[in-house]
Design a protein around this ligand. Structure first.
Ligand code: NAD
Length: 249
């Protein structure tokens, strides 16, 4: 067990890829805080981890609300006494061509994917600085580095995660806190699951991936565990692309 006794918070940890991070971190021995807006599913995931011999709690958190991000960290410290790992996974997606992209879409995307990630990190960093250790893992997307029709606003928010990662990494370097980002490719769950039901869409996307398959949650968990563990202690401000080779062509 690589994370025995560590305390990990996973935002958006109730469903999709985030659920796999929550259960995967728990399986490596971490005490897990599932921070999500979906209370029912989040509590179910926490219960399932506890029934399997792990330790988890659910904390209702809307990452777009700064007071919720502070409460998320306060509840974590109250229950588990510290916070070692923050996985900034909560994210939302709107697909719309440029002319149909609204101000409301921009505001929501920025509030969750950028502002939310920033304030979760800010709140966690305050505690990590006291401990003089910590790992912040930001979930971006390959949308941050390539152009995809319909994803102008979403891609912009995922792009913003990259400088946020570098600046946090620099400002926290003296406190033994490493901050890195993961850029997943299209993954066969969560946001992309709905689109994957369309066999034409799935075939088109799959053919564009050198490995000829969509990502699976297990493909991403390894990257999270690397950045969460001491294996990555000499690595900060970096990005790891996990996309079956899509972005190399
Ligand atoms: N699925 C993919 O193909 C893919 C590819 C690249 C990057 N990503 C990124 O991975 C992350 C997870 O994606 P997913 O596909 O599992 O998404 P998903 O929609 O299945 O799950 C997102 C989770 O975040 C929670 N959430 C949404 N808004 C929230 C808020 N305001 N506060 C707290 N929690 C909130 C949801 O309840 C849900 O549990 C996202 O950041 C996404 O951008 C996904």
């Amino acid at each position: 067990m690589r994370l025995k006794g560590k305390v990990a918070v996973v935002t958006g940890g109730a469903k999709g890829i985030g659920e796999a991070y929550s259960t995967g971190l728990a399986a490596e021995g971490a005490n897990v805080v599932i921070a999500d807006i979906d209370q029912e599913v989040g509590e179910r995931v926490a219960q399932s981890i506890n029934q399997s011999g792990g330790k988890a709690i659910f904390v209702h958190t809307d990452v777009s609300q700064q007071k919720d991000t502070e409460n998320m960290v306060a509840q974590t410290v109250k229950t588990f006494k510290r916070i070692d790992i923050l996985v900034n996974n909560a994210g939302i997606l709107f697909i719309a061509p440029i002319e149909e992209t609204t101000e409301e879409m921009w505001d929501k995307l920025l509030a969750v994917n950028v502002k939310g990630l920033f304030f979760c990190s800010q709140a966690a960093a305050k505690e990590m600085k006291k401990q003089k250790s910590g790992k912040i893992i930001n979930i971006s997307s390959i949308a941050a580095i390539g152009g995809q029709a319909g994803l102008c606003a979403y891609s912009s928010t995922k792009g913003a995660v990259l400088p946020i990662t570098r600046v946090f990494a620099l400002e926290l370097v003296d406190f033994n806190i490493q901050v890195n980002a993961i850029l997943p490719g299209t993954t066969d769950t969560g946001m992309a699951a709905e689109a994957s039901k369309d066999p034409v869409w799935k075939q088109q996307v799959t053919e564009s991936i050198p490995m000829k398959r969509l990502g699976r949650t297990i493909d991403l968990l390894g990257a999270v565990l690397y950045f969460a563990s001491s294996d990555s202690d000499y690595c900060t401000g970096q990005t790891l692309i996990v996309d079956g080779g899509s972005s190399m062509i």
